[in-house]
Design a protein around this ligand. Structure first.
Ligand SMILES: Nc1ncnc2c1ncn2[C@@H]1O[C@H](COP(=O)(O)OP(=O)(O)OP(=O)(O)O)[C@@H](O)[C@H]1O
Ligand SMILES: [Mg+2]
Length: 600
């Protein structure tokens, strides 16, 4: 618990609480506590005054409180009557409430900011980190960190600040108690300590439950997104009810854990009071029997105890709630930290100014595992292709074709060997300038929930309508885009117009045509197209190939035939390379693939 608190304190800055803010929060908390102390402290002279009238401060040496009051009243030139005393108390209370308001406002700000800061830091570092990290952690985890866990971090911070504020107030009360009766106060202190120890177990339990909440939140987010994304399959397999039940069981587990945390809170709520009452009675008994407290002091003593009761409850509940929710913060923080240390693919210093001649793979190996000996997706890949060449990669599913393309813009980093552009290893180049000159059309055809225009120009410098339309025409997309309700301004995606697979593919092609990169990597770019649009796009590629370097993963013979060079990939190795005619004559792997195609 203490370690968690320390971690949280150390990370206050990470939660967006700056030095000035922390000082303001602490200052207002102390201010409130002091004013509360003064208000309650003023009750002593008031009761003494009621008891003894003017003699309360005239007989003997006046107490410190009285000396202060007399100082104030004589400065104002008035007598310390009951009315004056009451006014003083009232003014103190009003001042106290103003400070309290300021403090609570600062707490709300800190809470909201903490959540916002974690989300900002999170999305920033998740976007920046390497692809393998995102893939391996999974969407559910990342989403839950950015949403519910960031929210819980804010909750934990609120309770942490409450803990401080209530703690400060407690200290003030203790000071008051000590000032009134140094002999009785330790008994009260002992009672409070005993309560704190007794609820310790409950708090530990809440902390454990809090960690489980994080795990279940991750699971729940994954379940929600997957079931909704896979809705077609869910429906086809008639799994609506079964899946609802599966997700339900996660929801129920989460509810159980939250009920557990609630139980802890309520247990503290109900048990703290009688425990303290017992302490209070014991203290009072000792005070009256052994030390012979006066009526006024006794009244104040009781009053302070009645004020301390809810406060002690608050302190312990805040302890429990921090314990229950701190996991949200710690886990999010940890995930952000991990994503930062997972960012290994950093660019070099050399700007990539465009491909002049060739791309070369030198004995490149790649493994998806941290420990490469667990399996290689690519092994000993060596080839050299030149600008102006169209290269086709063919091979069975799972051969490693897509993996190979990912290595060129460094979406994934080659485990062994080197990839060179014009003889320079790719890691020498600035990442941004390298990727800007490589265009990828992947197998997924992803679109943002945005207009056609913004999807096409995403990440590109200003493009005019003419250029956009020309790229769309080349990709055989212009006609269908124009037919959309608002043409290039039609919103696509989740909350907009849905497109067919082939239409998506053509937009993806239009995007890279517009990007106009030096190197084009096309992963089955025409797999969802009819032969007419395919022919059209082949013509566009044919036109481009003279000044570009194009690598295309293809299954269709018509595309493969166009290629200057064909790489035949099998189980991560290049088993053959050459042009169509040469490879056919060889009667090897390519020939076998070709025959399968013919009879497909
Ligand atoms: N994220 C990943 N983690 C671990 N292994 C992976 C990952 N992605 C792919 N693989 C494995 O790497 C191998 C090559 O995959 P790759 O996607 O490159 O195949 P491919 O040739 O593009 O296949 P397809 O024609 O089906 O698209 C496969 O055996 C696959 O199981
Ligand atoms: Mg693939």
């Amino acid at each position: 618990m203490l370690r968690n608190l320390q971690a949280a304190l150390k990370n206050l800055r990470a939660l967006g609480v700056g030095k000035r803010e922390a000082a303001w929060l602490a200052g207002t908390a102390v201010g409130y506590a002091v004013l509360e102390g003064v208000g309650v402290g003023l009750l002593v002279p008031m009761l003494q005054y009621v008891e003894r009238g003017d003699t309360a401060f005239e007989q003997g040496t006046p107490s410190m409180v009285w000396r202060v009051i007399l100082g104030i009243t004589s400065a104002l030139g008035i007598r310390p009557t009951l009315f004056v005393l009451l006014t003083l108390v009232f003014v103190t209370i009003v001042a106290r409430q103003v400070v309290r308001y300021l403090h609570q406002l600062a707490v709300v700000r800190a809470r909201v900011r903490a959540t916002a800061v974690l989300r900002q830091q999170g999305i920033e570092s998740f976007l920046r980190t390497d692809l393998p990290f995102i893939v391996s952690v999974g969407q559910g985890r990342l989403l839950s960190a950015l949403t519910s866990e960031a929210e819980r971090a804010g909750t934990a911070l609120t309770h942490l600040l409450n803990l401080w504020a209530s703690g400060t107030l407690l200290v003030v009360y203790l000071v008051l108690l000590f000032a009134m009766s140094p002999l009785v106060a330790p008994v009260a202190l002992l009672a409070m300590g005993a309560v704190a120890v007794l609820v310790h177990r409950l708090i530990e339990k809440s902390r454990e439950l809090g960690v489980r909440v994080t795990a279940i939140h991750d699971e729940l987010h994954a379940a929600f997104t997957e079931r909704l994304a896979g809705i077609r399959l869910v429906k086809m397999m008639g799994q609506e009810k079964a899946d609802a039940q599966r997700v339900n069981s996660i929801i129920e587990r989460l509810s159980d854990v939250f009920i557990g945390i609630g139980k802890g809170r309520e247990a503290i709520e109900v048990s703290v009071e009688p425990l303290l009452m017992l302490g209070a009675f014991l203290t009072l008994y000792v005070a009256v029997v052994s030390f012979g407290l006066t009526l006024a002091s006794l009244g104040i003593f009781l009053f302070i105890f009645l004020r301390i009761l809810p406060l002690l409850k608050q302190v312990n509940i805040a302890r429990q709630q921090v314990g229950a929710h701190i996991a949200g913060f710690l886990q999010t923080q940890q995930l952000i930290e991990r994503s930062r240390t997972a960012t290994l693919i950093v660019g070099g210093s050399r700007p990539f100014e465009g491909l002049r001649e060739c791309l070369e793979f030198r004995q490149v190996g790649f493994s998806y595992f941290d420990n490469a000996s667990e399996g290689w997706a690519l092994r000993d890949i060596s080839f050299r292709v030149k600008k102006g060449m169209l290269t086709a990669i063919v091979g069975r599913s799972g051969a490693g074709k897509s993996t190979l393309l990912d290595l060129i813009p460094r979406l994934r980093e080659a485990t062994t060997g080197a990839i060179l552009l014009d003889g320079v290893p790719i890691h020498a180049f600035e990442l941004r300038s390298l990727r800007a000159r490589i265009g990828i059309v992947d197998q997924h055809g992803f679109l943002f929930n945005d207009t056609v225009r913004n999807n096409l120009t995403y990440g590109l410098a200003e493009k005019n309508q003419g250029a956009i339309e020309e790229a769309a025409r080349k990709a055989y997309a212009h006609a269908f885009v124009q037919a959309l309700p608002e043409g290039y301004d039609t919103v696509l995606g989740d909350r907009g117009v849905r497109l067919s697979g082939g239409q998506r593919q053509r937009l993806a092609l239009a995007r890279v045509f517009l990007q106009d990169p030096d190197i084009l990597l096309l992963d089955e770019p025409t797999s969802a197209l009819d032969s007419e649009s395919e022919q059209f796009i082949q013509a566009a590629i044919e036109e481009l190939r003279k000044e570009k370097l194009i690598i295309v993963i293809a299954h269709r013979l018509s595309t493969i035939r166009q290629a200057d060079r064909i790489l035949v990939l099998d189980e991560g190795c290049i088993v053959e390379q050459g042009d169509h005619g040469t490879l056919l004559n060889r009667q090897g792997a390519y020939h076998r693939l070709f025959e399968l195609q013919l009879y497909a």
